[in-house]
Design a protein around this ligand. Structure first.
Ligand code: DUC
Ligand code: ZN
Ligand code: ZN
Length: 508
């Protein structure tokens, strides 16, 4: 076969191993057509991409990004967010179409979100649904409809935030509906009442600067809600993923559940493993509002031991996915300041939560692998990197028939890194080099050991760091209708603790 493109001289990494040297990847019509030796015929007209001894990994799948949501008027557009995705080695994003509380249907959110994204994306994309107003019609009719007609097979639910949070009963209703349909339920787990009580007290005492955000959302609020979410899921035997986990004890709850083979998945994000709550303070002569840039929820935690605990969770397999939770807001913007400053005084509780991180997600983690650090210092292996950044998300969210692996017949979504130790790959992260549409990165000044050299989406080079930079065009990214997800850890059919075999049949 003559290929359109052949990738040579790379070291191919799968979710389980690094393949032997000398294997080439032949690409035809956007798909991986062959993996083998000597694929290039002497008369071939194929484009040759020389990976020059660099690692070759599946294109990243970032399964948790917020793009152009209504609550982020100063954030990214679909064009700028997905541009930054490909510049950081990510070829697929899953973003949130969010139902408004006053709406009785989820369909307007899906329609509006399509309108925003259509023709704008540099990478492939799909939608999760955020359900904030649970009705019988949504449970019985709309969820099945969006699943079959839109390929939306996952739902995010909130246990906190006034306009979004659900009661435990509604969480259970949605988990049950999703279980029946084979959809994946994602949960934002923080105890809303604990947080609002602390905020009231802080505000009474005029402690409203950004740093107090980290005091207002203590780990115990995440621990309690995570345990509760797991218990709710266990009652109805539903698989869930707890998003953006930041607390050791909460992760321990997940691990205990996984040990009992419950299908409980956990996600964490770069900011919880690289940054501490000190980032919320205003220092070095910046104004009092400066720390507001790093307000996210759950908040950045206080100590190195918090970070270390999460790194252990990465190493021991507690986490299923590593997502950016890209939630961009422009810091130096009249609108943002208008919301976050009350009479000129910063008020953390008014600042929209979330930090940008789509572009930096892969390099930050890659730098912690055995490709960049000696094995006694590395946090994870390269196959673990592939699991966390692409393969597991593809399985969990119903893309495992086409994405997340370098396999014959799959989309040719590929990230090529610089050879180990190549100084060209070593980068100090700086806002001025990034491609998102907001005005800061929380990772400013962090040095990474390798940066994606090429990003390839369905066989087309969309990022070429050494020449064009962004090499693709907006609109090349396609909407992905997804299949039902697969459970990556645990299994269904578990009897809830304290419930005898068959008891569920009386009421479920
Ligand atoms: N939840 C998210 O998922 N992202 C940003 C902020 C939040 O609360
Ligand atoms: Zn959240
Ligand atoms: Zn999020």
């Amino acid at each position: 076969m003559d290929f359109d493109t052949v990738i040579i001289n790379g070291l191919i990494v799968t979710a389980s191993e690094i393949l032997p040297e000398g294997l080439q990847i032949g690409i035809k019509d956007g798909k991986i057509a062959s993996i083998g030796r000597k694929l290039l015929r002497s008369d071939s007209s194929a484009r040759v991409i020389d990976a020059a001894g660099g690692y070759v990994t599946p294109g990243g799948i970032d399964s948790h990004v917020h793009i152009a949501q209504d609550n982020s008027p100063t954030g990214d557009t679909w064009e700028t967010a997905t541009r930054s995705a490909v510049a950081g080695g990510t070829t697929t994003v899953l973003a949130f179409a969010s139902q408004k509380r006053h709406e009785e249907s989820v369909l307007p959110a899906v329609k509006a979100y399509h309108e925003k994204a259509n023709g704008q994306a540099h990478c492939d994309y799909g939608f999760h649904l955020i359900v904030s107003n649970v009705t019988t019609d949504i449970l019985n009719n709309e969820l099945p409809a969006v699943l079959s007609s839109e390929g939306i097979t996952s739902v995010k639910l909130y246990m906190t935030y006034e306009p979004l949070k659900l009661t435990d009963k509604d969480l259970l209703h949605v988990m049950l509906a999703c279980r029946k349909l084979g959809m994946t339920t994602m949960i934002h787990a923080e105890n809303s009442d604990m947080i609002s009580l602390v905020i009231e007290g802080l505000e009474r005492n005029n402690r409203t600067e950004p740093f107090y955000h980290a005091i207002a959302r203590p780990r115990i609020a995440e621990d309690e809600a995570s345990y509760r979410a797991i218990s709710l899921a266990e009652l109805v035997d539903a698989p869930i993923l707890i998003v953006h986990m930041s607390s050791e004890k909460a992760v321990q709850h997940v691990r205990d559940a996984q040990t009992r083979l419950l299908p409980i998945h956990a996600e964490t994000c770069p900011h919880y493993l690289f940054l501490l709550s000190d980032e919320l303070r205003s220092c070095h002569g910046h104004d009092q509002f400066h720390g507001a840039r790093n307000i996210c929820a759950p908040p950045l935690r206080h100590s190195i031991s918090d970070l270390e605990a999460l790194w252990r969770g990465i190493a021991n397999g507690s986490f299923t996915v590593w997502s950016s939770d890209h939630a961009p807001h422009t810091y130096d913007h009249p609108l943002g300041k208008k919301i976050g400053l009350v009479n000129g005084i910063p008020r953390f509780s008014k600042v929209p939560n979330g930090v940008p991180g789509l572009e930096t997600r892969l390099p930050l983690l890659f730098s912690q692998t055995t490709a960049c650090l000696p094995s006694d210092k590395a946090r994870l292996s390269l196959p673990q990197f592939v699991q966390l950044t692409a393969a597991n998300a593809a399985k969990l969210y119903g893309l495992a028939d086409r994405k997340g692996a370098i396999t014959i017949g799959f989309d040719a979504d590929i990230t090529i890194w610089y050879p180990q130790g190549d100084p060209k790959g070593q980068v100090e992260i700086q806002q001025k080099h990034l491609h998102h549409g907001v005005d800061f990165t929380p990772f400013e000044g962090i040095k990474v050991q390798n940066w994606p050299r090429y990003t390839i989406l369905r066989g087309e080079v969309v990022w070429d760091r050494d020449s064009a930079g962004i090499a693709g065009t907006k609109g090349f990214g396609q909407y992905l209708k997804r299949n039902k997800g697969q459970i990556v850890v645990g299994r269904l059919g578990q009897t809830a603790e304290g419930m005898s075999e068959g008891e569920r049949d009386f009421w479920m």
